[in-house]
Design a protein. Structure first.
Length: 360
């Protein structure tokens, strides 16, 4: 019984949220796993406030498991973190569990709370309230422009294969940029029914599209370089890590790299941790297929750059090849070492900020 004049200590509860585009379904459980209640809230700023107030009405909030913190649950995760609530990233239930127990929003919300209480979910979500977020959106726009630019030039070159001979001979042997410039200057005749005129119209349209997309990509590159120089210029000093690689690694870590407990956790996040594959008398490791594949791609190109330009990396590759490792295995080892180096850089405090602070 509580002492006179004092309120009884509130019970502890855990929450789980199944997120969607327009609504979020929340559930609350006691610390022993007993289910209390569930409710649905709109995926709006007002809805986030109502959801948190509803969870706290049942007791002291231990933690909230949120599904889809990188998509539909990103806004909710940011709001809860800003209200000093421990947010845990929860993966959706696997297919076997859904087949056995069914699939609905309330069940998924309770499953998220169960994952937090059982300790199956422990990862903190990426923060999206710092400079890593503008890096992410600019990088996303750049990737789309690069894909569209590649599609445009492929269509242009494919069209040239079947173009009239006068056009093929006129544009033969030109590189991509010069080819686009030459096609952009074409002047079709007035008769759109003429094959040469029709082909010129199509070539000019594709070439101008390529030029516009190329200018857009260069603009995004300049913005990314400026953002990375402002956020972590030390990343650009690492051999083989250009603006594209640095941007992807910042996106992977988010605005709270401290959530990564160790360099091994960062390696697992990037999909470069060794996975045992040693049946019988075989003793080897295979490539990991998990983690952030875009981060893995960034480490892959960093390793290739070092193999092409770094004498120490070449010497290491030659030594491991002499030990019987294949080229893929050597690349896997290199990516693991590079991940270790990058983790130290990404989690190191920015000394420039301390230097810019005025003395007390």
């Amino acid at each position: 019984m509580a002492r006179a004049g004092k309120k009884p200590r509130a019970r502890r509860v855990a929450g789980g949220v199944d997120t969607h585009q327009d609504t979020h379904h929340a559930a609350v459980e006691l610390m022993n796993g007993s289910r209390i209640a569930g409710a649905e809230f709109p995926a709006t700023a007002r809805g986030y406030e109502q959801l948190l107030a509803w969870l706290r009405s049942f007791g002291r909030l231990h933690a909230v498991g949120v599904e889809g913190t990188g998509s539909y649950g990103a806004g909710l995760a940011r709001y809860l973190a800003g209200q000093d609530v421990t947010v845990i990233e929860v993966s959706r239930p696997d297919r076997r569990q859904r087949r056995a127990k069914g699939n609905s929003d309330p069940l998924d919300a309770y499953a998220a709370a169960d994952a937090v209480l059982a300790g199956r979910a422990t990862a903190l979500p990426k923060g999206g309230d710092g400079i890593a977020e503008p890096v992410r959106v600019v990088h996303l726009a750049r990737a789309g422009a690069v894909k569209a630019r590649t599609a445009a030039v492929n269509e242009l070159k494919a069209l040239l294969v079947t173009a009239p001979a006068v056009l093929r001979e006129q544009l033969a042997g030109l590189g991509t940029a010069k080819l686009a410039a030459a096609c952009a200057r074409l002047r079709p005749g007035p008769d759109a029914g003429d094959p040469v005129t029709g082909t010129k119209l199509a070539l000019r349209s594709l070439a101008r599209r390529w030029q516009a997309l190329d200018a857009e990509v260069k603009d995004h590159d300049a913005r990314l370089t400026a953002l990375i120089t402002r956020a972590r210029p030390d990343l650009l000093q690492i051999r083989g890590a250009g603006p594209e690689t640095a941007a992807q690694l910042l996106i992977t870590c988010g605005d709270n790299p401290h959530r990564l407990r160790s360099e091994a956790a960062f390696a697992a996040l990037c999909g470069v941790c060794p996975v045992p594959a040693s049946p019988g008398k075989t003793r080897r490791h295979r490539l990991s297929r998990g983690g952030d594949r875009q981060a893995n791609r960034a480490l892959y190109f960093t390793a290739l750059s070092r193999l092409a330009s770094c004498p120490r990396t070449r010497a290491y590759a030659a030594r491991r090849a002499g030990e019987g490792l294949s080229g893929r295995e050597i690349l896997r080892c290199l990516k693991r070492y590079i991940a270790r180096e990058l983790f130290k850089t990404l989690t190191r405090p920015d000394t420039r900020k301390k230097a810019m602070q005025p003395a007390a």
